[in-house]
Design a protein around this ligand. Structure first.
Ligand code: GLN
Length: 454
């Protein structure tokens, strides 16, 4: 079949079914069909690459030229970027077709999708349940076969946790492996884009198209890219797996989730891996430190949305102060406002040393824990999240409990390491994710570990 037929197939599924899942904020029908036509011409003339004509969806945090990029916020409800994010540009150059832009927590702040201005996306396994977040729309779209794959971003777990909850594969690469240019910034020292797919092999193919140095992103890593599919199918005999005791003993860990993950680890042992308990001693400090660093960076990143440079502008401002205040009060939802307030507080004169500097010191200890663990093991495994998906509305008035759900994913961002989530079982019909954490730039090895399990 042609790319036009394939694209039409997905567009028809989206039109028929996305009323149930709310996984897309925008569907770019005409542009998708035009891209598919060009892809078919490239295929006919022998100029096709492995991804030419393949349709995907982008999280609505990636700037798409001339196509609304809302970041899940009223603030950017009418924002038409004048340029493409590097990831979008790279995909376009591969001949990839963009089906649309997926739903997300507002400015990627959340773990449930409920903070989206466009309403929560639903978990395709049970539409009363959250799909996870913040890349929940991407996860739901892939799980419901409304896109073969999608992009996501992960600041504290937002690729891995929704992948776990929707039963798909998600990869957060090493910090700096994928360009952040044109990816609307939440917490710049933690944000990283990556693929959300049905299999590790698909993730490897997409990472090939995403990764690489980009001089428009000063934190992008100047290391050569590799073909991430080459090391798939390598035997796992001798692989040393570390199981962090602080993760498996965590108070909030659902015993059925833990059991499902232990069964998956047995599969690795049967493939020749050895398992050893390790300690990541500063685990309990990861969430408190993250909720200083991430809001601090967010409060500065989001200062550009002032109704003048970017974003929603209130009606009839009486003066500049009123313009800023009302535009921001009307444009940002409650979770975003909460983070801006926390971030401004921890950065303010007199509090900086007590909070921000302290959190940065803790961040270093968390990183050192991983560095020393990787002296003894090749890959660290754990549950991706302590619980399967929960009901929409269940945690919406309890942010602190919701923050605690990110216990297994956040430290990975603090250290800048690559992490993956792959489906490993289910609890009461809801998917459970196995998290694999690798050493810096060990994406190939992680993808192979995931692929051999699948
Ligand atoms: N749930 C975390 C938060 O709310 C992580 C979000 C993310 O990775 N974008 O900050």
């Amino acid at each position: 079949f042609s790319s036009v037929e394939l694209t039409q197939h997905y567009l028809q599924r989206i039109a028929a079914l996305d009323g149930r899942y709310n996984s897309y904020i925008s569907v770019t029908t005409e542009q998708a069909l035009a891209q598919a036509k060009v892809a078919d011409q490239a295929i006919a003339s022998g100029n096709a690459g492995p991804l030419t004509g393949v349709p995907i969806a982008h999280k609505d945090i990636f700037c798409t030229e001339g196509v609304r990029t809302s970041c899940g916020s009223k603030m950017l409800d009418n924002f038409l970027p004048p340029y493409n994010a590097t990831v979008v540009e790279k995909f376009n150059n591969e001949g990839i077709v963009t089906l649309g832009k997926t739903n997300m927590d507002e400015f990627a702040m959340g773990s449930t999708n409920e903070s989206s201005f466009y309403g929560a996306s639903k978990n395709p396994w049970d539409t009363n349940m959250i799909p996870g977040g913040s890349s929940g729309g991407s996860a739901a779209a892939v799980a419901a076969l409304l896109a073969p794959a999608a992009t996501g971003t992960d600041t504290g777990g937002s690729i891995r946790q929704p992948a776990a909850m929707c039963g798909i594969t998600g990869l957060k690469p090493t910090y700096g492996r994928v360009s952040r240019f044109g990816m609307i910034a939440f917490a710049s020292s933690l944000d990283q884009g990556g693929p959300m797919t049905r299999t590790a092999e698909d993730a490897a193919i997409l990472l090939n198209a995403m990764a690489g140095v980009d001089y428009k992103d000063s934190t992008s890593l100047e290391v050569p890219t590799e073909d991430y599919t080459v090391k798939l199918n390598q035997p796992l005999s001798g692989l040393r797996i570390g199981l962090p005791k602080e993760y498996f003993n965590a108070a909030g860990l659902n015993p059925a989730v833990a059991e499902s993950v232990r069964q998956a680890i047995k599969v690795y042992e049967s493939l020749g891996a050895t398992v050893k308990e390790i300690s990541l001693g500063n685990t309990e400090l990861a969430i408190p430190a993250y909720y200083v660093i991430a809001p601090a960076e967010a409060s500065t990143n989001l200062s550009r949305f002032d109704g003048v440079r970017y974003g929603h502008r209130c009606d009839n401002p009486v003066d500049l102060e009123d313009l800023y205040t009302r535009s921001r009060a009307e444009g940002f939802g409650p979770e975003v406002q909460r983070r801006i307030l926390i971030g401004s507080y921890v950065l303010s004169a007199g509090f900086y040393d007590a909070y921000y500097r302290k959190a940065q010191q803790i961040r270093r200890l968390i990183k050192d824990d991983f560095v020393s663990a990787f002296n003894d093991v090749d890959v660290i495994m754990s549950p991706t999240a302590p619980n399967p998906a929960f009901k929409i509305g269940e945690m919406s008035d309890d942010p602190v409990t919701m923050y605690a759900e990110d216990i297994f994913t956040i430290a990975v961002n603090m250290a800048g390491l690559p992490g993956m989530s792959i489906p490993c079982g289910n609890v009461d019909g809801l998917p459970v994710g196995l998290q694999l954490i690798g050493n810096y730039l060990a994406e190939s090895q992680l993808l192979n570990c995931a692929h051999m399990f699948q």
